[in-house]
Design a protein around this ligand. Structure first.
Ligand SMILES: [Zn+2]
Length: 164
């Protein structure tokens, strides 16, 4: 599997495994509906596993996109439950991380970003921002620095197999 293949490309090529079934979507809008339904699976392996199931059925008419979507949701339910139990991200699948961004002088052009590994909450980030502000007030010629937050994928997004 090529590394630069997007999930959408992969899903489209998987969908074509059912191209022989009567009623296979032909219009871009309809194809898009099926791609979105299949991509509920979130991963290459997940999409393939769902297509394996779909391809093992002798369809007389092409299954409705809504049905494919429902199957995908049923299969990923365990994944979502496990994620909801993740202590690191509280189930969102994302973690907030903080960086200290240093700008060139007082400009908005960033010079460097340093990950603040000791900061684990917005409260801690706010406290650090205040300390930084006091320091900058005392050192008006220094490069401007700011605490910025960013979202990072939580490890739990990859940890759980979508196969039940
Ligand atoms: Zn998590």
């Amino acid at each position: 599997m090529a590394k630069d293949l997007t999930l959408k490309d992969h899903t489209f090529s998987e969908l074509k495994r059912l191209a022989h079934v009567r009623g296979f979507p032909k219009e871009a809008k309809a194809i898009q509906d099926y791609l979105m339904a299949l991509m509920v699976m979130e991963t290459f392996e997940g999409v393939t596993a769902l297509m394996d199931d779909l391809a093992s059925t002798e369809w007389i008419d092409f299954p409705q996109a809504a049905m494919v979507r429902r199957m995908a949701y049923e299969r990923t339910e365990a994944l979502r439950k496990q994620r909801a139990a993740c202590a690191e991200c509280g189930g969102s699948g994302f973690k907030t991380v903080w960086f200290l961004t240093t700008y060139h002088g007082m400009s908005l052009a960033p010079k460097k970003h340093e990950r603040l590994r000791d900061i684990h909450s917005q409260g801690e980030a706010d406290d650090f921002s205040r300390v930084l502000q006091v320091w900058m007030d005392d050192n008006p010629k220094a490069d401007r620095q700011m605490v910025v937050s960013a979202a990072e994928n939580c490890a739990c997004r990859n940890r759980v197999s979508v196969l039940q």
